[in-house]
Design a protein around this ligand. Structure first.
Ligand SMILES: Nc1ncnc2c1ncn2[C@@H]1O[C@H](COP(=O)(O)OP(=O)(O)O)[C@@H](O)[C@H]1O
Ligand SMILES: Cc1ncc(COP(=O)(O)OP(=O)(O)O)c(N)n1
Length: 270
């Protein structure tokens, strides 16, 4: 069985972060592991408080995983602060895993900050160059590229700027472009742009979509799929998981990871 590691924050309400990642890994038939970077007291409608894990403990968690169970892919989510970013970058440079997918988490759906804005320079200089794929949503891409994204040309321009930061590919997620009937993501591999579209689902229950999507891509890469196919199948998975998302909690309910979702997603992708 392939092994996949998530380096991310803990969402006690189970919809995003490490919890969403592990559910996604299980649904993809890979063995999931976790390095927790931050403990977030959050739910479907608010973030109460976060406590960052000490960089030394982040490093030791990574050491514990890699010395014993080296993963075939690594998904990186919430990195709250500069010190945590540097700890992760140091250990990944040491262990050099394949298939690193970075979801540059900056805000929760309710707008609460999950990354110290002052650490964006460290994210760009020390973390992004390690990535085989970076998966920003539109607000994250705006912060990284440094300009407001208003249309498709802007999305492509931002993808080129982020690619220049040293990653192998950039997947610009279109979930936040709410005035369209489609949810379209654009992958840039340094040469070409590839489009992945699905009908936009009318639901407020999209907590954890970005976490789920990046984890599905990492699992597909671990399972040996080439990059475009990994994204295509992950797109089918997230679309089905949103279609069957759960109307629980007072805010944005979570995506659904029942095993059938994966099977249905695969069937829809074929
Ligand atoms: N309402 C929706 N209907 C269909 N797909 C969606 C919807 N919202 C988000 N997506 C898709 O979910 C994935 C995650 O995107 P997004 O929500 O933008 O990420 P994030 O959670 O990081 O903000 C993308 O494939 C996006 O196109
Ligand atoms: C611990 C933790 N990590 C990441 C997020 C953000 O997850 P995302 O998939 O972008 O979903 P939303 O929270 O934006 O719905 C999080 N909330 N918590």
């Amino acid at each position: 069985m392939k092994k996949v590691l998530s380096i991310a924050g803990s969402d006690c309400s189970g919809g995003a972060g490490i919890q969403a990642d592990l559910k996604t890994f299980s649904a993809h038939g890979v063995f999931g592991m976790s390095v927790i970077t931050s403990v977030v007291a959050e739910n479907t409608f608010r973030v109460i408080e976060t406590q960052d894990v000490k960089p030394d403990i982040i490093e030791k968690q990574i050491e514990a995983v890699f010395e014993d169970l080296p993963p075939e892919a690594v998904k990186i989510g919430m990195l709250a602060c500069r010190e945590g970013m540097l700890a992760v970058a140091k250990k990944l440079k040491e262990w050099q895993p394949s298939n690193i997918v970075i979801d540059p988490v900056m805000y929760a759906k309710n707008g609460a900050a999950l990354m110290d804005p002052d650490s964006i320079d460290t994210l760009i200089a020390d973390v992004i160059p390690l990535a085989d794929m970076v998966t920003p949503n539109i607000p994250e891409a705006e912060k990284m590229a440094g300009f407001e994204i208003r249309n498709e040309e802007d999305i492509k321009k931002a993808a080129e700027i982020i690619h220049e930061m040293g990653c192998q590919s950039v997947l610009m997620k279109g979930g936040h472009s709410e005035n369209t009937n489609e949810a379209t993501d654009i992958l840039f591999d340094g040469t070409d742009f590839y489009y992945f579209s699905s009908p936009r689902i009318q639901t407020k229950n999209t907590h954890g979509t970005g976490c789920t999507y990046s984890s599905a891509i990492a699992a597909n890469l671990a399972n040996g799929l080439p990059v475009q196919k990994a994204v295509e199948q992950a797109k089918a998975y997230i679309t089905t998981a949103i279609t069957h998302s759960l109307d629980i909690g007072k805010g944005n309910g979570p995506t659904h990871h029942f095993y059938d979702v994966y099977k249905n997603g695969l069937q829809e992708a074929l």
